[in-house]
Design a protein around this ligand. Structure first.
Ligand code: ADP
Ligand code: MG
Length: 698
C-alpha cells in the first residue's frame, strides 16, 4: 500500500530538490502526506468569463479572455512597474506587476490567447488587475473550473513560480498516485453512525470538489477527524489520570463550614455560588483527585467559594492553601479571609516573599506541625522549605499567571496530590475550554451578586479629553476614585512610558486638588505595592497606571476607569481592566478613549464593550473576531496548528458531538483494546498529539 508518510515530496512528479526545499522551508511540507493535508483556503467559481466593458471595481474576482497588445515599463527603481495592455475586443484592461517583471515579459507574449484571472480595481477610468493569474486559453477546460481550489503560498514560493496554480498541479499529480484507498482513520461503525464519507474520498474532494454540497461533506469528514482525535486524546488522558491518582476523600461537611454558613456569612450566596460549592463538594468526596477550573466574571464572588470549600477540607482534618499571583492580591485575600474566619478558631497565615525572620519561622513551623489551617500565599509557597503536615486542598487564584512547572511543584507538597481549584476571571469560551482542557471539570459562576449595577461604558475620541476630564471631575467631587490606564506593550515600551509620564503630568495639573498615584511595570514590586496601598487607603484619588492593575485589585470606592488608547487592547483585557471598577454599590463608569481613525475590527471591539458587561459574551465575540489562534492558551497548546479545517469559533456543535462520542468510547473501553476500537488506538499513537497533558492543569 502507498505509505504517504514515508514518501519524500521530492519524488513527486513536478517537485524535485529545489521545490522540495521550498515546500519544506516555507510550509513544513516534507512528505506526500503533508502535501495531501495542505488544504485549500478557498474555492472560486471560474466557469464564467467576463467582458471588460461589464467589469466594475466592486467585483471580487474576474476572469477575462483575450490578448496582450503590448508591454510597457513605467517608473524607475523600486517604484518600477510593468503594465500589459490587454484586450478582449470590448475594451482594454491593464495588467500590472510590481515585481517579477523579467519573468513576466519572458513568459508571456503579445498576440497569444490567454485567460487571465484576478481582482479588478478601476484606476484612472480603466480596469486594472494586479498580479493576475495567466493561463494559455488552450490549456483551460472551463467545464472543470466550477470550484477552483486556492492554496496559500509565500512570497518566496511565488517568486520561484510555486504559486497556488502550481500547487494545484502538484496535488493533481499526487491524486494520480492514489489509485487504491488510503488507510482509514475512523472505524467503519463510527463512520456509519455519524454518516461520514470515507477518508480517501474526502481528501480527493477537498482538493477538487465538483459541487458545494460535495465539498461540505468532505470538509465535515476531515473536520471530524481533527476534532474527534483531539477529544479522544483528552478523554483518554483524563481517564488515565482518574485511575492513577486517588484523591483524599472529604466526606464530611462539618462544624466549621456549618457554623460559618449559619453565623458568619455576611450575605446570601448567589444561586451560582451555591451550585458551584456543591459541585466542588461532590468532587472532593468522590475519591478522585479534583482538578477543577472555576470561571467567574470579575466580581462574581469567587473568593467566598474558595473560602467555603477550604472550610470543608479543614473540617475533614486537612490544611489548605490559596495562592495569588502578586503580594498585593495575597494581602487582599488574607485580609478578607481573616475577617470572614474571625471567631471560627482557625489559624490563618500570610506567607509572601517579604515576610521574613521570626514571623516566617513561626509560620513554617505551624505549617509543618499542622496548626496553620489556611495559608494565603504567592509563589513563595512553592519554595522547598515550605512543608505542610496534611495539605489537602489548594486554590489558585488567577490561573494564567502561574506556569505549568510551578503548578507541578505544588503536587509534591503532599503525600497525595491535593485537590486543586483554579480560579480565573478570564472567561474561556465553552468550545475552547472543551478543546483545551477536555475532561477537566469546569464550574462556572454565571451570576453576579444582586444589586450590582452594570458598568456604564462609553466611547470617547482622544480629541475630546475635555469631556473625559469633566466626567472625572464630577465623580471625584462625589468622593469617588478613578483609574487612568495606558497601554504598555513590549515593542514600543519607550513611547508608552512617555505617554504614561505625559498623561501623569497632565492629570496632576488638571486635578491639582487631588492626590495622584502612578504605577507601571518598570517599578520595583515593593514601590508598586506601596503606591497601590496608598490608593487603596484613599490617600490618592487618581491612579495613573499601565496594565499592572489588571488582575484582582479590589478598591470598592474606585468607580471610574479611563482606558487611554483603548484601541490597543484586546477585548478580554479591556474587560479585565473594566472589572477593576463596579465593585461597590455605586454606579461605575468605564470611558474608552481612542483615536478617531479606527479599523473596522477595533470599532467592533469598542462597540461590544459599550453594549455588554457579560464576560462570556465578550469572550465569544473575541473568539469570533480574532480567531482562536490568538487566544490565551491556544498558542502554547498548539491546538491552532492541529486544527486545519475545524474552527473553534464556528464548529461548536461538532466539537460537542465529538466530545460526547469520545467520552462514551473511553468509558466503555479505556485502553481502546477491543477489536472495533483498535484502529483508533493506532491512529492516536501515530498522531502522537499533545506532547503535554492539558487535562491536568494544576
Ligand atoms: P472575584 O470573583 O472577582 O474574585 P470577589 O470574590 O472579590 O470577586 O467578590 C467581589 C465582591 O463581591 C466582594 O466584595 C465580595 O465580598 C462580594 N460578594 C461575593 N459574593 C457575594 C454575594 N453572594 N452577595 C453579595 N456580595 C458578594
Ligand atoms: Mg478575585
Amino acid at each position: 500500500m502507498l505509505d504517504l508518510d514515508q514518501r519524500d515530496v521530492k519524488y513527486l512528479p513536478g517537485v524535485g530538490p529545489a521545490r522540495a526545499a521550498l515546500l519544506k522551508g516555507e510550509l513544513q511540507i516534507s512528505t506526500l502526506h503533508d502535501l495531501l493535508y495542505y488544504f485549500p483556503y478557498k474555492y472560486i467559481d471560474r466557469s464564467r468569463i467576463f467582458r471588460i466593458k461589464e467589469v466594475d471595481g466592486t467585483m471580487p474576482y474576474i476572469q477575462l479572455k483575450g490578448k496582450i497588445l503590448s508591454f510597457e515599463q513605467i517608473g524607475e527603481g523600486r517604484r518600477q512597474r510593468l503594465v500589459a495592455h490587454f484586450t478582449d475586443g470590448t475594451g482594454v484592461a491593464d495588467l500590472v506587476w510590481f515585481s517579477g517583471i523579467k519573468y513576466t515579459t519572458d513568459r508571456y507574449r503579445p498576440g497569444v490567447e490567454y485567460v487571465i484571472f484576478g481582482k479588478p480595481t478601476i484606476f484612472g477610468g480603466r480596469v486594472n488587475v494586479a498580479h493576475p493569474e495567466i493561463d494559455l486559453e488552450a490549456n483551460i477546460n472551463f467545464s472543470e473550473m466550477g470550484m477552483q481550489p486556492y492554496y496559500n503560498t509565500t512570497e518566496r514560493m511565488k517568486k520561484a513560480g510555486l504559486n497556488s496554480a502550481a500547487l494545484r498541479k502538484l496535488l493533481r499529480n499526487l491524486m494520480d498516485l492514489i489509485v487504491e484507498p488510503l488507510p482509514e482513520t475512523l472505524p467503519e461503525w463510527l463512520r456509519e453512525k455519524e454518516r461520514l464519507i470515507p477518508l480517501t474520498d474526502a481528501l480527493k474532494v477537498i482538493h477538487n470538489p465538483k459541487t458545494p454540497l460535495e465539498l461540505r461533506l468532505a470538509q465535515l469528514r476531515l473536520k471530524f477527524d481533527e476534532l474527534f482525535y483531539v477529544q479522544l486524546n483528552l478523554a483518554r488522558f483524563a481517564s488515565d489520570r482518574q485511575r492513577r491518582f486517588k484523591g483524599f476523600v472529604f466526606s464530611r461537611v462539618g462544624e466549621k463550614f456549618n457554623s460559618f454558613y449559619r453565623e458568619k456569612l455576611p450575605f446570601d450566596l448567589t444561586g451560582a455560588q451555591k451550585r458551584v460549592i456543591r459541585e466542588i463538594r461532590n468532587d472532593m468526596g468522590s475519591g478522585r483527585q479534583m482538578n477543577r477550573l472555576l470561571q467567574g466574571d470579575v466580581g462574581s464572588g469567587k473568593t467566598m467559594v474558595a473560602l467555603m470549600t477550604m472550610l470543608i477540607a479543614i473540617d475533614n482534618g486537612y490544611q489548605t492553601c490559596i495562592m495569588a499571583p502578586t503580594e498585593i492580591l495575597s494581602e487582599q485575600h488574607y485580609a478578607n479571609i481573616s475577617r470572614y474566619a474571625d471567631g471560627l478558631g482557625l489559624r490563618v497565615e500570610l506567607l509572601t516573599g517579604s515576610i521574613k525572620g521570626k514571623r516566617r519561622e513561626s509560620i513554617l513551623k505551624g505549617l509543618s506541625e499542622g496548626s496553620v489551617n489556611i495559608l494565603v500565599s504567592t509563589h513563595a509557597v512553592l519554595e522547598d522549605q515550605v512543608e505542610f503536615s496534611r495539605l489537602g486542598f489548594v486554590v489558585i487564584d488567577e490561573q494564567h499567571r502561574f506556569g505549568v512547572a510551578q503548578r507541578a511543584r505544588l503536587w509534591n507538597k503532599s503525600i497525595m496530590p491535593p485537590h486543586v481549584l483554579v480560579m480565573t476571571a478570564t472567561p474561556i469560551p465553552r468550545t475552547l475550554a472543551m478543546t483545551l482542557y477536555g475532561d477537566l471539570d469546569v464550574s462556572v459562576i454565571d451570576e453576579l451578586p444582586p444589586g450590582r449595577k452594570p458598568i456604564q461604558t462609553e466611547h470617547y475620541y482622544d480629541g475630546n479629553h475635555t469631556s473625559v476630564y469633566a466626567f472625572l471631575d464630577r465623580e471625584l467631587k462625589k468622593g469617588r476614585q478613578a483609574y487612568i490606564v495606558y497601554p504598555l506593550i513590549e515593542e514600543s515600551e519607550k513611547i508608552d512610558l512617555k505617554n504614561l509620564e505625559e498623561g501623569y503630568l497632565t492629570v496632576c495639573e488638571r486635578f491639582s486638588g487631588y492626590g495622584v498615584s502612578k504605577v507601571h511595570g518598570r517599578m520595583k514590586p515593593a514601590e508598586k505595592d506601596a503606591e497601590m496601598q496608598r490608593f487603596k487607603r484613599n490617600e490618592t484619588q487618581i491612579m495613573v497606571a499601565t496594565t499592572v492593575i489588571e488582575v484582582g485589585v479590589d478598591v470598592p470606592n474606585a468607580s471610574i476607569m479611563v482606558i487611554e488608547n483603548a484601541n490597543r487592547f484586546g477585548l478580554s483585557q479591556l474587560h479585565q481592566l473594566r472589572g477593576r471598577v463596579g465593585r461597590g454599590a455605586d454606579q461605575s463608569f468605564c470611558l474608552l478613549v481612542t483615536p478617531y481613525q479606527l479599523s473596522e475590527d477595533t470599532r467592533k471591539r469598542i462597540e461590544i464593550m459599550t453594549v455588554t458587561c457579560d464576560g462570556f459574551e465578550i469572550a465569544e465575540a473575541d473568539l469570533k473576531l480574532r480567531g482562536p489562534g490568538d487566544l490565551e492558551g491556544t498558542q502554547q497548546s498548539g491546538i491552532a496548528f492541529e486544527l486545519r479545517l475545524a474552527n473553534l469559533a464556528r464548529d461548536g456543535a461538532l466539537i460537542e458531538r465529538c466530545r460526547e462520542l469520545a467520552r462514551d468510547i473511553i468509558t466503555a473501553d479505556p485502553e481502546l483494546c477491543s477489536a472495533e476500537n483498535n484502529l483508533m488506538a493506532k491512529v492516536l499513537r501515530r498522531l502522537k498529539k499533545s506532547p503535554f497533558d492539558w487535562s491536568s492543569i494544576s
